[in-house]
Ligand binder design. Sequence first.
Ligand SMILES: Nc1ncnc2c1ncn2[C@@H]1O[C@H](COP(=O)(O)OP(=O)(O)OP(=O)(O)O)[C@@H](O)[C@H]1O
Ligand SMILES: [Mg+2]
Length: 240
Amino acid sequence: MAILKLANIKKNFINGEVKEEILKGINLSLRKGEVTALRGASGSGKSTLLTIAAGLQPATSGKIIFEEQNIANMSSEQVRKIRASKFGFIFQFSHLIPFLTAEEQLMLMLEVSKSKLTKQQKKMEVNRLLNLVEMEHRKYAYPPSLSGGEKQRIAIARAIIHNPKVLFADEPTASLDSKRSRDIMKIIREITKTLNITTLLVTHDEDMLLFADQVIEMSDGQIIQSEDKQLNNDVVDLSV
Ligand SMILES: Nc1ncnc2c1ncn2[C@@H]1O[C@H](COP(=O)(O)OP(=O)(O)OP(=O)(O)O)[C@@H](O)[C@H]1O
Ligand SMILES: [Mg+2]
């Protein structure tokens, strides 16, 4: 089932006197429980597309249908609310708060998103999330003592703490070595399946495409290839 649909998305930027067409009519459907990977050369428009799909910047034209509603027509306040309650974000760097332990980072997020829970319930929720990203054993650790991959796991837990419907990740493994990158992609894939969310991620790394259900290749603001593993019945081998 498509939860997020982009229809004929165009984006122009004005650079001085020149109008540049960065996205040239993108159509894309993201389904529940699936990871969609965006790939393509630097400057092809991947991050622009991801940020538009996530309501972080407006498109010049086109529709963004999320849960049957066109976000592109909403006020910025309405979009902000959807973003805060329904979307989660992971970036290349984890952006953790250095003076809070892993557990405290997540407790802080729960104060905001699930303030009605008791402290005990919040702690249980944090434990559940740390478990999901395989980080229970590091819950009292501060970010400077965590590896890049461990930090990114905490960032993933933080991104899904409010039970978002869609997870957006712009090059979440770009600062990691290949073993850690695979571990992180595995977790992102597992979370997508277990929680039945929808994930859109950008990656430069060919190896990471293995973990995607749908691979979209962009070039110069257009989709030049789209591979749907579910429809092809390809087996995704996660034993690597
Ligand atoms: N705010 C902006 N104003 C003007 N041009 C922009 C702006 N944001 C992006 N661009 C241009 O749009 C094009 C696509 O940028 P985008 O960041 O989407 O590429 P990308 O595919 O994510 O590249 P990379 O792989 O290097 O991250 C680039 O040529 C970039 O310079
Ligand atoms: Mg980018």
